[in-house]
Structure formats: structure tokens, C-alpha cells
Design a binder for this molecule. Structure first.
Ligand code: ARG
Length: 461
């Protein structure tokens, strides 16, 4: 006969293929720690409320701890017949301790149990993700500090636009990661609500104490509505959304790293240990890691779309569709954790080719705005200054030279406002350091960003 815990109402055992189809044990076994911690808290509450005896409680706790050790040592035998992590553990407990095990599920349903496990799991994962974000941020600040002198073209439309500090570019990603971290804090708050005690959907007839469970498991709040408690997957949607945005940031950065490694840019070189070769072309050193991160971004976004689509139009309360909240979430968690860790290595290991960056600044016209600003400071209206600078750029392009190659007399042919200080005014260092407006690319502003970043990192470390 079937070993199902809900077998009472059934005459036939479940079809084997159906069993495999609906079983979630292959993926939800990773919830074992949360499931056991949740069950221990639940059992303590049952004892406190007089629903089980102190003796039963001791047996349950000892039995669950034994199962925990068995799972961690790899001895535990999971069975698809028992569907999911909740019933695998409960069955093993009952087989071990007898009747007391059969009392554990008092005033509980798998619907609120799985919700509890998932809330706890998401909370724990967010803490780990926050550490990984901080680690990557630290790597970025270290690199920004180390390469403070490097000047590169800043781009718009992927055309050289204005000279910037390479460090300024790195720190832009620090800021994005900061917001990612904040977003995960928000998700944490919404995951930090305790669903247990909702029962299957409507609460329970038994005198339970939900506050006790919440405090045992360190939850900040309790769901006020039992239907909401078992049906809410908003925190998972939010998690996947925060994860997608994080991946989009890593993907944008990956794209730039890939470009910078190309012969065409040649701004950086990745460590040999972080690249792969080609089986055919002996000269190749490919930036596979950033390419893969860029590629995996699609997967994480896909999980968000899948979950939104799963929940859309789902009536209250629990429906088995909700079991589909797991694989995508778990995969997104694994993907972002791996990507963050690998990315930190890539950044820490990359070599900067500052001379090539500088050449890209010098052999172009990214100082044309500075030329116009120079005239503005001499009283020329900006529109007119823009026009004069544009004509100077055109003149240089025709002659195959750059602004720095023009003599003072040649400058004066375009405007009598040009003086001997013009060559100094359009040097890359001047262009960068003159952009000293708050948050700009000047060395002073970038140093301020580094100091702010360091202060924040110190606070969270
Ligand atoms: N494995 C199930 C899930 O992850 C647990 C809840 C099952 N509840 C039920 N009423 N069938 O969603």
C-alpha cells in the first residue's frame, strides 16, 4: 500500500508517472534546514500551548536533529513517493519516533509550512547575496583607488564624448550595486513576515500562538490574513526583479569588459586564469566569463517572467501552480551568487592599459566641449562657443590633426578670445579635473566618491 501521509481517503495508489510529475523533492530538498528549524519552532509552540506533551516535544526535537545530521552527511534517503521535503522529513520522523512524530503536523498544513520555509530561505539567501555584493563593491573601490591616474574617453552613443577617469567609470557600478543592495534589503523586509499558523488557508480551530513562532524564528512581523499568508509570492517576484536588475548591471559591465578587451579598444587585459582559448585559433584569448554573465542575465530575467506569468490569474488560496515558485528562484539565486563571486575575481585580476586609454583620449576630439567651455569663460555665449569649436574640429579633421596640434595663431583665426593658456585648457588632465561639479569626474570628486564608498563599506563590514 502507498506510504503517502494523506493516503486515508484513497483506494488506489498514485500512478508512477504522476508521482514523478508532481514530486518536488529533487529541488525542494534544499529547504531541509529551514523545514527542520520551522518544525522545531512549531513543535515548541505546540508544547507551550498544551497541544503536545513535553515528552513528545523532546522526542520530536531529537528526531528532527537526527534527520538534519543524516541529510547533511548524505545518509538520508529521499523518496519521490513522498513528494516533497516536508513529507520526506515527517515520514522519517514518524518512522523513527512513532506517535509523537504523527503529532508534529497538528495545526499546520504544507501550505503554510512551505510558505514558512521559503520565507526563511529567501531571508538567508539575501544575507549571503548582500555579502557578495559588498565583496564586489570592495573590489571596485580597490581598483578605482589603484588606477586613479588613468584617463579614458567617456562615451555616449559608443562615440568618444568627454575624457573621464577610469575610476569614475568603475565607481558608477559601485553605485548601481549599492542600489541593488538596497533593493534586496526591501525584499528582505517583505520576506520577513511569518506565515505559519495560516493552516491550509483559513487558520486553525486549535489554540496556537503565532507570535511565539515568529519570535523563535526571528521574524519581524506576522501575516494578518491567512489567505494572503499561503498565497503570497510577492517577495519572490520582488526577489527575482531585484536579481534581474542586478544581473542587468553585471551584464552592462560585462559588455564593456568584452569591448575593452578587444583589439579595437585594447583598454584592459583579463588575467589568463579567467579566460579560455580556442580549439582552432591558436591566438585567441576569449573573455568567456563576462560573456557568460551577459548570457545568464537572460535566464534570470526569464525566471522573473515565468513567475509573474505563473501567479497572474491564480485564484486564492494555495494552488499547486505555486510549487513552480522554486526552480526558477533557486536557479536565479545560484546564478547571481556565482556571477557576483566570479565578477569580483575578474575585476581584481584585470590589467589596465592606461597608455592605450590615454591615446584614445588624445587622438580624438573628446576635449571639444572643454574648448567651448574655455570660450564661455572668456565671455562668449555658449551657442557661439559651440559653433566655433565645431568649426575648429572640422578644420582639424580636414587636415588630419587634433586640437592640441593647432598653434595659438591658428586658434586665433577662429576667435580672438583664444590666449596662450588654450593648450593647457584642452589637456586630458585639465578636462578631467575641471569637471569638479559635485559627482563629476575630477580627481577631487572621484576621491570623494572613494571616501564615501570606503566609509559605507566600513559600516557594513
Ligand atoms: N511541495 C508543495 C509546494 O511546494 C508543498 C505544498 C503542497 N500543498 C498541497 N496542498 N499540495 O508547493
Amino acid at each position: 500500500m502507498s506510504e503517502k501521509l494523506w493516503g486515508g481517503r484513497f483506494e488506489k495508489s498514485t500512478d508512477e508517472m504522476i508521482n514523478d510529475f508532481q514530486a518536488s523533492i529533487n529541488f525542494d530538498k534544499r529547504l531541509y534546514r529551514e523545514d527542520i528549524a520551522g518544525s522545531i519552532a512549531h513543535a515548541k509552540m505546540l508544547a507551550k500551548c498544551g497541544l503536545i506533551s513535553a515528552d513528545d516535544l523532546q522526542k520530536i526535537i531529537a528526531g528532527l536533529k537526527k534527520i538534519l545530521a543524516q541529510i547533511e552527511s548524505g545518509e538520508f534517503k529521499f523518496s519521490a513517493e513522498l513528494e516533497d521535503i516536508h513529507m520526506n522529513i515527517e515520514k522519517a520522523l514518524t518512522d523513527d519516533i512513532g506517535e509523537a512524530g504523527g503529532r508534529l503536523h497538528t495545526a499546520r498544513s504544507r501550505n503554510d509550512q512551505v510558505a514558512l520555509d521559503m520565507h526563511m530561505y529567501v531571508r538567508r539567501q539575501i544575507e549571503e547575496i548582500q555579502r557578495l555584493i559588498i565583496n564586489l563593491q570592495k573590489t571596485l573601490v580597490d581598483a578605482a583607488e589603484k588606477h586613479l591616474g588613468a584617463i579614458m574617453p567617456g562615451y555616449t552613443h559608443l562615440q568618444r564624448a568627454q575624457p573621464i577617469l577610469f575610476s569614475h567609470h568603475l565607481l558608477a557600478y559601485f553605485e548601481m550595486l549599492q542600489r541593488d543592495s538596497d533593493r534586496f534589503c526591501g525584499v528582505y523586509d517583505r520576506a520577513d513576515i511569518m506565515p505559519l499558523g495560516a493552516g491550509a488557508l483559513a487558520g486553525t480551530t486549535l489554540p496556537i500562538d503565532r507570535k511565539f513562532v515568529a519570535s523563535e524564528l526571528d521574524f519581524d512581523a506576522i501575516y494578518l490574513n491567512s489567505l494572503d499568508a499561503v498565497s503570497d509570492r510577492d517577495y519572490i517576484l520582488e526577489f527575482l526583479s531585484a536579481a534581474s536588475i542586478l544581473m542587468v548591471h553585471l551584464s552592462r559591465f560585462s559588455e564593456e569588459i568584452i569591448l575593452w578587451c578587444s583589439r579595437e579598444f585594447n583598454f584592459i587585459e583579463l588575467d589568463d586564469a579567467h579566460c579560455t582559448g580556442s580549439s582552432m585559433m591558436p591566438q585567441k584569448k576569449n573573455p568567456d566569463v563576462p560573456e557568460l554573465i551577459r548570457g545568464k542575465t537572460g535566464r534570470v530575467i526569464g525566471h522573473l517572467m515565468a513567475m509573474l506569468t505563473t501567479v497572474k490569474a491564480l485564484p486564492l488560496a494555495y494552488n499547486k501552480d505555486l510549487q513552480e515558485d522554486k526552480e526558477g528562484l533557486f536557479d536565479a539565486i545560484d546564478t547571481i551568487k556565482f556571477s557576483l563571486a566570479v565578477f569580483a575575481q575578474i575585476v581584481a585580476g584585470m590589467k589596465i592599459k592606461a597608455e592605450n586609454m590615454r591615446r584614445a583620449v588624445e587622438e580624438d576630439f573628446s576635449n571639444a566641449t572643454d574648448l567651448a567651455d574655455y570660450l564661455v569663460k572668456k565671455g562668449v555665449p555658449f551657442r557661439q562657443a559651440h559653433e566655433i569649436s565645431g568649426r575648429l574640429v572640422h578644420h582639424c579633421i580636414e587636415r588630419g590633426i587634433y586640437l592640441k596640434d593647432l598653434t595659438l595663431d591658428e586658434f586665433k583665426n577662429f576667435s580672438d578670445k583664444f590666449d596662450a593658456d588654450i593648450h593647457e585648457a584642452i589637456k586630458p588632465e585639465t578636462c578631467v579635473n575641471n569637471r569638479n561639479s559635485f559627482g563629476g569626474t575630477s580627481t577631487e570628486q572621484v576621491k570623494m566618491q572613494i571616501a564615501e564608498a570606503r566609509a559605507w563599506l566600513k559600516e557594513v563590514e
